[in-house]
Design a protein around this ligand. Structure first.
Ligand code: BGP
Length: 475
């Protein structure tokens, strides 16, 4: 048997992408509540609009999402039917501290997650909880500039500690910040907003902002790890990285340098600080050369060192390719002719997952946890069972590679969670019709539909995979 007996099979979601109930139970507005559905005909590049507040005549898909807030019992029962051993969700910060800077937590919000975790535990489903998954209180953006402001560090820690104490006996696995590194590309304004509540100002040095913001997030994460372990030494508190392995286009030596540069600044920098507890030499040099000055206070570096994470969780969807551009003197992206892409242009590469597991395992020697993997598909509404054979093939090929990493390469892996086991709102585009689920939800991009849930063919396939502990991948 390649997977250990206690291997955590299951799925993952984020509160804002499925809960709905945007004004229920005393919840405040979050960044996700002011994002529309992306428009445009190019699936790969369309982006969501961010509005200053909730405006009339705009459709905000996260407001209702799939109304998990009112359907969670039915949904958890369906996941339990598949045999889920773990379910990852996030705690919406705005249910607990509606404005982010409130004195007291909101009891109704705390109670909702008590009930939700109890429901999972009833089926022996381990909760895996992300504290900050793209849902900062909007008030923190407006009043403080999001994580630009050091004050937000302690607000996050207060939120984390409130959750640690309240759910001490229900939740063991925690994640501090979802995909902390996906804001590394500063040309992409959307991730600065969703990850950190940052709206770039005209003409500002975005890299200066990025590194200041991430310093604050590293501190917030490290402080949460330190405080969490005081509350319960058995807590497992991890970081979360969006991993897109980046291959060099050819064996041209300069393309290897392009790969090193890209991986360092987009991935390893974030993993290194979280796992090794200090800033790596390559980033200190980059700051020096680019004139970036990150404001730190006495004791910060000690906190980073003490607050190292217990494990590394990560998402994996696709791999990328880079080459050195001699004219621009920097790496540039190029296509991979060896792999196909999804309808949204995401390059499908199962072997890249094995590669990822290897590079993370070798570099950090920490347990790994795959907490997102999956494929978004167009699946038109039908009354028949959806025959999602291409999803089954995607998962079978990825799990086969995960197996090799565990069996042949000696990677220590805690579990495998698929992204969006039930159809939910896409984070990147706001579409409902970018479907990841084993369970179909009757709702479209405009909000039409009666929210009925229906298992797809893959529902029964994944159930069999879990029951056989990953041995039976046949369709
Ligand atoms: C990751 C996020 C998720 C999620 C997933 C799929 O970046 O952590 O929140 O949604 O990607 O992306 P999308 O929903 O844009 O297809």
């Amino acid at each position: 048997m390649s997977f250990p007996k206690e291997f955590l099979w299951g799925g993952a979601v984020a509160a804002h992408q499925l809960e709905g109930g945007w004004q229920d139970g005393g919840k405040g507005l979050s960044v996700a509540d002011v994002m529309t559905v992306a428009e445009g005909d190019n699936d790969a590049t369309k982006q969501r609009k961010i509005t200053e507040s909730v405006l009339p005549d705009h459709y905000y898909p996260n407001h209702e999402a799939i109304d998990f807030y009112h359907h969670y019992k039915e949904d958890i029962a369906l996941l339990a039917k598949m045999g889920f051993k773990a379910f990852r969700t996030s705690i919406a910060w705005t249910r607990i501290f509606p404005n982010g800077d409130d004195e007291q937590p909101n009891e109704e919000g705390l109670k909702f997650y008590d009930d939700l975790f109890d429901e999972m535990l009833k089926y022996n489903m381990e909760p895996v909880v992300t504290l900050c998954h793209f849902e900062l209180p909007l008030n923190l953006v407006k009043k403080y500039g999001g994580f630009r402001n050091r004050k937000v560090v302690d607000m996050f820690v207060k939120f984390a500690v409130t959750c640690f104490k309240r759910y001490e006996n229900k939740v063991k696995y925690w994640i501090t910040f979802n995909e902390i590194n996906n804001q590394a590309d500063v040309n992409f304004e959307f991730t600065a907003f969703t990850n950190s509540g940052v709206l770039y100002k005209e003409g500002e040095n975005r890299y200066q902002t990025l590194y200041q913001v991430t310093h604050h997030e590293f501190l917030a994460s490290a402080k949460a790890v330190i405080e969490g372990h005081k509350i319960n030494p058995d807590f497992q508190i991890g970081c979360m990285l969006a991993v897109n392995p980046i291959y060099p286009e050819t064996c041209n030596p300069m393309n290897q340098i392009a790969q090193v540069k890209e991986l360092d600044t987009r991935l390893f920098f974030y993993g290194d600080v979280h796992c090794r507890g200090h800033y790596p030499a390559y980033i200190l040099k980059l700051w020096e050369k680019e004139g970036i000055e990150v404001k730190m206070e006495d004791g910060d570096l000690e906190i980073l060192d003490k607050g190292k994470v217990d494990y590394i969780s990560f998402s994996y969807y696709q791999s990328l390719v880079t080459k050195w551009d001699e004219t621009a003197k920097k790496p540039v992206r190029t296509k991979n002719s060896y792999v196909k892409a999804s309808d949204w242009g995401w390059q499908i590469d199962p072997v890249g997952l094995r590669y990822t597991l290897n590079i993370l395992s070798e570099r950090y020697e920490l347990p790994l946890f795959i907490v997102e993997n999956g494929i978004g598909l167009h699946e038109p509404m039908t009354t028949e069972e959806i025959q999602d054979d291409s999803r089954i093939a995607y998962f079978a090929e990825h799990i086969a590679q995960v197996k090799k990493a565990v069996e042949d390469d000696g990677v220590a892996l805690m579990g495998y969670l698929t992204w969006g086991p039930i159809d939910i709102v896409s984070a990147g585009t706001g579409e409902m019709e970018k479907r990841y689920g084993f369970i179909y939800v009757d709702k479209d991009n405009k909000g039409n539909g009666n929210l009925t849930r229906r298992p797809k063919k893959s529902f029964y396939w994944y159930k069999k995979v879990i029951a056989s502990n990953g041995e039976d991948l046949a369709n």
